[in-house]
Design a binder for this molecule. Structure first.
Ligand SMILES: [Zn+2]
Length: 246
């Protein structure tokens, strides 16, 4: 057994036996891993706080044959500010769920890890359109896992395009006016521009974008279609938010 130390965020937890917990950590050095945290269900355990969902800390783990064992954890940021706001809590649960769905056990992705931490920090701030931030994060997840969208070239003939009114969902991108519009959906040029902007802009600058409710809906629809048809499971965290908002 080898001992290792890594930064990471608890993205999912499950009770295990009487006092233990299983925790899923999106870690900087090992990617998405599952660890057993012995005794962590007890409030006096030294593992209690660092194994709560959304805890961000430095974790010391033993790497066993099938599973890691969590030895200790030191909290960097527990993102408690996210807990007091239902919208922020739902979005942060959602990005954790997305990571869980899009990465295999042991799959590492440094860029996605950085984006994930940035997204949590930005959710933890105020005066930001969280919905737009989440769409931006989704585009990053897609890019990092091989489903990046192409807005600069027609995905059929490769000709350069600056805009489009059709997204091909087999080749993940826009289609020019001359090519056949199949295997995808119509999209307004405004929504196309919004997606293109989000795809090319870092998350800390998405606040520059303002979108109408209709455009937001279109952008959400495109992302949701790609996410739900390409990953192993369909994310469920946002369903509650829809129910609350309507
Ligand atoms: Zn074309």
């Amino acid at each position: 057994m080898a001992l290792l130390k890594t930064n990471g965020v608890i993205i999912k937890t499950r009770d295990y036996k009487e006092n233990d917990k299983l925790v899923w950590i999106f870690s900087e050095s090992q990617g998405k891993i599952t660890a057993i945290a012995k005794g962590a269900k007890k409030s006096r355990s030294k593992l209690f706080t660092c194994t709560l969902a959304l805890s961000y800390g430095e974790y010391v783990l033993f790497q066993g044959k099938n599973l890691y064992t969590l030895q200790e954890g030191k909290i960097n940021n527990s993102f408690q500010g996210l807990m007091g706001n239902l919208e922020k809590l739902t979005y942060s649960s959602y990005i954790c769920e997305l990571i869980d769905i899009c990465l295999e056990e042991g799959e590492k992705n440094e860029q996605l890890y950085k984006d994930f931490i940035t997204c949590l920090y930005l959710l933890n701030t105020d005066a930001l359109d969280y919905e737009i931030l989440i769409r931006s994060f989704e585009l990053r997840v897609m890019k990092a896992t091989g489903y990046g969208l192409n807005f600069d070239n027609c995905v059929m003939c490769k000709q350069k395009i600056s805009t489009s009114n059709y997204m091909n969902l087999t080749y993940y991108g826009g289609v020019c006016d001359k090519c056949e519009k199949v295997h995808g959906i119509n999209i307004s040029r405004a929504a196309y521009s919004a997606l293109k902007f989000l795809n090319h802009t870092s998350m800390d600058k998405v606040y520059r974008l303002t979108l109408t409710k209709e455009i937001k809906k279109e952008v959400e629809k495109i992302n949701t279609m790609i996410i739900s048809s390409n990953y192993s499971k369909k994310p469920k965290s946002l369903e509650m938010l829809k129910y609350i908002k309507e």
